[in-house]
Design a protein around this ligand. Structure first.
Ligand SMILES: Nc1ncnc2c1ncn2[C@@H]1O[C@H](COP(=O)(O)OP(=O)(O)OP(=O)(O)O)[C@@H](O)[C@H]1O
Ligand SMILES: [Mg+2]
Length: 316
């Protein structure tokens, strides 16, 4: 897997995220004062990678033994987190060069408010011997008292230039043949700043040892945009259930970010010249706003498709 093979080991290897790199560099100069961290941002932008780098820098060769990595959403509740953190804190004595233990909690924005409140207590109780790194896509999904206990690092979706440059360097190291410019552009177009997906697509599209725009397109099939257009078409035709299933496939399986889904949906509506276009655009705009506010994205997109499909039915 190229995503693992080329996962950065040092802050300096991290693509983009300049502000974060600078802030962390300063923080890592004073290990003892490292605050809890909240790493927020889109998928495939380097959050997990950064958390692992911080852990390695703080704990050196012992990092594996002194880092607990949990998925906050699927470890069946906060009690498990509490139990594991406490057990982990007791296990193994203090060691020279290990100032504290590190806990990486992924998908924190999927935790309930109650669980987050409990987490806040756990963080307080264990503050002398642990530092937490909380990872999430939307910081708005994290309760205020937790946010205020952390230094917040906001990851940006990676831009085209940075992604293409990184892909090109991987292609070079893998000695890919005929890496034409359009091929890299097509990878970016299909993955929109999610570097994990971009690297996966690069690997899949160059399975033959050759990377071309055609090989990229044959892996992605129809472009992301036309897939989203298909979902919107189903919805405005009044076929809510089918559009919902397709939308979930795009966001979950293909990992298309919700905001991108809306962006493509807007373009699709513009090109479809449907009746009630103004209403459709108003609906998209409302849900765009809700997503920015950090409302639960999947639920919001589902509700949006439901509204669009009502629009379609009225026209019958
Ligand atoms: N900023 C980056 N610089 C270099 N490589 C990156 C960067 N972001 C992501 N990658 C690549 O993508 C892979 C996945 O990144 P990572 O696990 O850090 O994403 P993430 O932000 O935690 O995403 P998710 O929200 O889906 O967990 C890494 O192994 C690495 O190859
Ligand atoms: Mg991650």
């Amino acid at each position: 897997m190229w995503v693992e093979k080329y996962r950065p080991e040092k802050l300096s290897e991290l693509v983009d995220q300049e502000t974060i790199k600078q802030r962390l560099k300063l923080m890592l100069e004073r290990k003892a004062e490292l605050p809890h961290l909240l790493l927020a941002g889109p998928p495939g932008s380097g959050k997990t990678t950064t958390a692992l780098i911080v852990s390695k820098q703080i704990l050196g060769e012992y990092w594996r033994d002194y880092t607990l990595s949990l998925n906050a959403s699927d470890e069946r509740g906060i009690d498990i987190v509490r139990e594991r953190v406490k057990k982990f804190a007791r296990f193994a004595d203090r060691r020279e060069g290990v100032p504290y233990r590190m806990v990486i909690l992924d998908e924190c924005d999927e935790m309930t408010k109650d669980a987050q409140t409990a987490l806040r207590r756990i963080m307080e109780e264990t503050a002398t011997f642990t530092r937490f790194m909380l990872l999430c896509n939307y910081s708005t999904g994290i309760i205020e008292p937790l946010q205020s206990r952390c230094a917040i690092l906001r990851f940006q979706r990676l831009g085209e230039a940075a992604v293409v440059a990184h892909l090109r360097s991987i292609a070079k190291r893998e000695a890919l043949k005929s890496s034409d410019e359009a091929a890299f552009g097509a990878v970016f177009e299909a993955t929109q700043g999610d570097l994990r997906q971009a690297i996966n697509l690069l690997q899949a599209a160059s399975a033959s040892g050759e990377l071309t725009e055609e090989s990229v397109n044959s892996v992605t099939g129809a472009s992301v945009k036309s897939r989203v257009a298909g979902v919107i078409k189903l919805a405005v035709e009044g076929n809510f259930e089918a559009s919902r299933v397709k939308m979930l496939e795009l966001t979950r399986v293909y990992g298309i970010p919700e905001r991108d889904f809306l962006r493509f949906a807007n373009e699709a509506v513009g090109e479809m010249k449907i009746d009630g276009m103004a209403k459709a655009v108003a609906i998209l705009a409302e849900y765009d706003y809700r997503l920015v506010q950090g409302a639960q994205p999947e639920l919001q997109l589902t509700a949006m498709l439901a509204q669009l499909s009502l629009l379609g039915r009225k026209g019958e």
